[in-house]
Design a protein around this ligand. Sequence first.
Ligand SMILES: NC(=O)c1ccc[n+]([C@@H]2O[C@H](COP(=O)([O-])OP(=O)(O)OC[C@H]3O[C@@H](n4cnc5c(N)ncnc54)[C@H](O)[C@@H]3O)[C@@H](O)[C@H]2O)c1
Length: 312
Amino acid sequence: MNILLTGGAGFIGSHVGDLLIEHDHQVTIVDDLSAGRRSNLPPGCDFYEMDIRSKEINSLWQEKQFDTLVHLAAQMDVRKSVEDPLFDSDVNIRGSLNLMEAGKDNGLKRVVFTSTGGAGYDDNVTFPTPESTPAKPISPYGIAKISFELYLRYYERQYGIQNIALRLANVYGPRQNPFGEAGVVAIFAQRLLADNDIIINGDGLQTRDYVFCQDIAKAIHLALAYEDNGFFNIGTSIETSVVEIFQLIRQATGSDAGELHGPEQSGEVRRSALDVALAEKELGWKPVVTLQEGIRETIEYFRQLQIDPDKR
Ligand SMILES: NC(=O)c1ccc[n+]([C@@H]2O[C@H](COP(=O)([O-])OP(=O)(O)OC[C@H]3O[C@@H](n4cnc5c(N)ncnc54)[C@H](O)[C@@H]3O)[C@@H](O)[C@H]2O)c1
């Protein structure tokens, strides 16, 4: 496939790029490097430092005639979306539409989009939550992601562009940004390796469904072979609290740093875990990396970075 991968210099996108290139796809990456890093780029891809909202997207598509869009570029911070919903929607809705408008006249046949499961449902649901549960996002970020799923259905009806939305749970692993607001595993690993205390928002009993980045890359790769349209939860169905994550990482790093508690954050649900039976049935995907293994690999990555920061 001739693939445009957006956000390929970012955390998840770089793992996706690695896998797509391993499977001999032609991969072009667009990323504005607002959060991504050049050093994450998979060897063997073409790279354009470009904003998905820019006019240049259209000229690039005219020139390259991508048949497939794997769309990960996003403002991905729930709290930032609460502080600045206009910016969030500008990138996550307008930017995404800019890609579709460029692609629809220039050979686009299919889209795989990373939507949200963690921020897509509200608190009044069954756990693990199946896709049959109505999406009721409570943050601007979640609203923008679910809105774009609806736009994808429009492009399918209007232009016949096939689309698959993967509603991701909380993804963690090597290359996640440990300095942002999101990504407790990366933040805790980085801080505990340096023996710094951890600040937990609220009581820390809020739960999330933590899924390893390479399992996500595999889900995206399998979605490319799917011949229908649809949206699928991608997670592990297992709930883990922030306090449990803290304890697991503290034990694995051997740190004796302590936990402090800060205020709860707005725009976030209390519990989250996704039912992933549909993805297994339709895509043939299921998670294989356990939380213990994934945490070990993530800590090892950050340990290496502390020894040799140039590897970043
Ligand atoms: N990390 C998670 O737990 C999680 C959960 C659900 C969904 N997702 C989605 O997965 C995707 C990847 O997330 P991630 O965790 O790798 O985040 P990330 O911030 O590491 O990756 C996003 C990439 O998009 C790029 N980008 C941002 N704005 C851009 C713009 N206007 N133009 C071009 N590039 C731009 C950034 O530079 C970055 O490289 C996002 O769509 C995110 O919403 C992530």
